[in-house]
Design a protein around this ligand. Structure first.
Ligand code: GTP
Ligand code: MG
Length: 327
């Protein structure tokens, strides 16, 4: 399953403690202060790794803790600063403070980094507290605690092509025949609960990413059904592929389906109407599909290209992929 939102806990390393120590030298019984400072704790840093394209790994690991700085040492030696903990995230990940909702970082470019939790400063050793009046201070500071917080990671699917349509029109089936993705397919509504991504390889060996989104229904833009939380994925797709069930087996009218879904997209974001849109007339293997398609073509006023296919028999699928190729 493709995970696109996850909450994790991050804790930067605490600073090491400063220490109280005195010089002990053979012929110098009254040695001065010699306690060094603690090292700073490690930051927790998120860094883009373009090889990743999901937040899947965060389902298994939800706690990220950097190590603490070393304590100061005798002879005035500074404790070692701790290395940061670098956590790889896919490009397109936004990170928010889970409590306040404030945006901490929007990571898009390969190797781009952001400090999510700052490591604690090391405490000062007693060497630092010596002055004219107190030559042998018994005082040292503890390290400061590293920052800790819950953060919410969100990844918008960076897909080139987004499949939209009512539930059970065959979106997942289509993705499964054009890519290696293995989405769940079934004859009940809302089989797909979260977006599935597939890499589609074209005949001339290029590739593009297709996203199969959960089914939309009327009212989706205002939160009805599952669609709403996923509509935002469509914002970043280059082409919208609108899948319509031409079989009529569910008792709905294909043209009404088309109008309803486009209205939802428009209500969600007017600009989605400017996105190139292809119509896939699916389930053409069914008996009445041909007649429904003819009627649909008559009803359709807008100038959208229509691709009759059967995702099950794969008829017409090849013709659909040609215009979707990225030049
Ligand atoms: N006859 C026929 N059935 C199809 C075709 N494509 C899909 N189906 C069937 O339609 C049903 C729904 O298919 P899915 O691919 O799960 O539909 P979906 O659009 O992903 O549905 P949701 O995930 O619920 O939104 C399944 O029983 C499929 O076998 C087709 O071209 N012809
Ligand atoms: Mg599905």
């Amino acid at each position: 399953m493709f995970v696109d939102q996850v909450q994790v806990f991050v804790k930067a390393g605490d600073g090491g403690n400063g220490i109280v120590a005195f010089r002990r030298e053979k012929y110098e019984p009254m040695g001065g202060p010699a306690g060094g400072d603690g090292g700073s704790g490690g930051d927790v840093i998120f860094e883009v790794d373009e090889g990743l394209n999901t937040l899947m790994d965060f389902r298994y690991q939800k706690h990220f803790k950097a190590t603490r700085g070393e304590n100061g040492m005798s002879k005035g030696m500074h404790g070692k600063n701790s290395d940061p903990l670098v956590v790889p995230v896919p490009p397109g990940t936004t990170i928010r403070n889970a409590d306040t909702g404030d945006l901490i970082a929007d990571l898009t470019q390969h190797k781009q980094r952001a400090v999510i939790a700052k490591g604690g400063r090391g405490g000062r050793g007693n060497i630092r507290f010596a002055n004219a009046r107190n030559r042998a201070p018994e005082l040292a500071e503890n390290g400061e605690p590293g920052e800790e917080l819950y953060v919410k990671l969100e990844l918008k699917v960076l897909a080139d092509v987004g499949l939209v349509g009512f539930p059970s029109v065959g979106k997942s089936t289509l993705l499964s025949v054009v890519s290696a993705a293995k989405p769940k397919i079934a004859d009940y509504h809302f089989t797909t609960l979260a977006p599935n991504l597939g890499m589609v390889r074209t005949e001339d060996d290029r590739s593009f990413v297709m996203a199969d989104l959960p089914g939309l229904i009327e009212g989706a833009h205002s939160g009805v059904g599952l669609g709403h939380q996923f509509l935002r994925h469509i914002e970043r797709t280059r082409v919208i592929v609108h899948v319509i069930d031409m079989s009529g087996l569910e008792g709905r009218d294909p043209y009404e389906d088309f109008v309803t879904i486009n209205e939802e997209l428009k209500q969600y974001d007017e600009r989605l109407m400017e996105r190139p849109q292809l119509i896939v007339a699916n389930k053409m293997d069914m008996p009445d599909a041909e007649a429904h398609l003819e009627l649909f073509k008559e009803q359709l006023q807008e100038d959208y290209p229509i691709f009759p296919i059967s995702a099950v028999t794969k008829e017409g699928v090849r013709d659909l992929l040609l215009p979707l190729q990225i030049s």
